[in-house]
Design a protein around this ligand. Sequence first.
Ligand code: 13P
Length: 211
Amino acid sequence: MTENQTRDLLVELAASLFARGFSVGSAGNISARLPDGGYLITPTNSSLGRLDPARLSRLDPDFRHVTGDPPSKEVVMHRAFYRARADSGAVVHLHSTQATAVACLPDVDHDNPIPPLTPYFVMRVGRRMPIVRYFRPGDAAMEPAIHGAAIDARAVLLANHGPVVSGKTLTDAVYAAEELEEAAKLYLMLRHASPRLLTAGQVDELLNAFG
Ligand code: 13P
């Protein structure tokens, strides 16, 4: 995909997320790796609903701002994923309501708060999605914590803040962020019941087939 195609796709996917309530106000940020090793990231304080492809922030391969509007304050959050997971082509950070609600619950398993309820959550997000402790938005100190967690997780929940999800492509990362939000919703509906979970064997089968 060319840089201009990536710009257009990022704007289209961001607008779709915004239109469906996955992001409100100026919350959330999205980045994508470019063919030359640089990155596009949404500008700080921009609405995912009204991005301009020509004004996206362009970063060099060392994540320095080169052109476009000033980048998201969360560049280090995205960098942590690209550096921890060499196969990442895109990263999506949202404050989507249900995933953020799970990230506010103290009494969940912080190593893996959302159990394997449905196949598409496992296929898109993987076996494990830990909670990373709270940091102020934009705090550079979050980078090592996210990097450590992302080595064996495609997505994390930032405590009291929201999800960060990586994918091989922009479309993959957005699909995973959407599945995560739905899984969080199911988990919140069912956590005081005793839902049937996918078995370890069923999770392995999914990851072997689609992981
Ligand atoms: P930016 O507007 O700087 O991208 O920050 C939004 C956000 O979601 C902070 O976590």
